[in-house]
Design a protein around this ligand. Sequence first.
Ligand code: URA
Length: 422
Amino acid sequence: FAAIDVIRAKRDGGRLGDEQIDWVIDAYTRGVVAEEQMSALAMAIFLRGMDTAEIARWTGAMIGSGERLALKVDRPTVDKHSTGGVGDKITLPLAPLVAACGAAVPQLSGRGLGHTGGTLDKLESIPGWRAALSTEEITRQLSEVGAVICAATSGLAPADKKLYALRDVTGTVESIPLIASSIMSKKIAEGAAGLVLDVKSGSGAFMKTLEDSRELARTMVDIGAAHGVATTAVLTDMSVPLGQAVGNAIEVAESVEVLRGGGPADVVELTVALAREMLALAGLSSVDPAEVLASGRAYETWCRMIAAQGGDPEAPLPSPAHMHVVSAREDGVLATLDAYAVGIAAWRLGAGRARKEDPVQAAAGVRCLVKPGEPVAAGQPLLELHTDTPDAVPAALAALDGAYSVADAVAERSPLVFDTVR
Ligand code: URA
């Protein structure tokens, strides 16, 4: 094969053959196909698309570019992936909850980039907690605790690592075939038997419309089926931040509240809804996750999961050096609170990073004291901005300009869970 022929075929709207796909992914991983050639091919795919069989093969070739974890545990394995949002800390309470219900949850997670937070950045605010585990440590912890949240081992889908970095700088991220194959190659290589996808739509998500989210969900569920991984996608709202807390330590604290039987209603609702889907895939649908959450068993599993990775679950979390309060100017009802703007504000305050190698502030973030639909009085605090670098506050305030509104009355809020795709 020659890369130029594969590029031309897709550029002209043709479909790529199985051998072409296998060859181009392998040759790119080995550095034989150059970055500029893959960049042209990614743009051709972005513009022309791929059909279901091409996407399944492309995903398979990316899985085959690295190792596939063989998880030897004596409980059913099931995993969850979110396409990313603002205040989306659901993995933190969900993994120990589903483990406490009897499944094994290998949750290989990432770091934040841009306005969305990263699960590993959040957990690293716990003193002593360690993200990097070997395959042996992952397997042992899955057997002993039932849940592990850690960094992906470097050998998983290396083709995706290269391709994702390339897409990031060539305007080819927002392509449904490329997003679906990127996410699913990593999740399938991780080796869980079942997978629940939380596909978000709204201002704080990758996909801004329900229609696009539905197409992404359908594409990923079909890839899962083609590779023998039982996959369910839940379409959920990301127009408003999830819960009150957006940031790192602040989201850990909110997750612990949920595990101890409290916490914001939307975080509890989504955690339990996703747990039900995961338990159904694991053959454990007779277990009621709401009951297990209330029993305190999920919190016990959380403490063991954190301790197994060197963290102290009882240690105080870092608190910010500086706090700035944004108050309501009038009486009424909070009508809107834009997830994307709050995500940008938290990022500016230091919770996120602009470049992969930047550090994050453990204590930075935003607390949303009032959620849409709730009454407010003039002078009442709406948002708390947390940071160690007060110079960052004006940029965060600029991001929040126009991000919320107070009205006399508001229309009913849309549901948190829009639909389920199986
Ligand atoms: N997350 C991924 O892992 N890949 C994408 O392409 C988009 C989001």
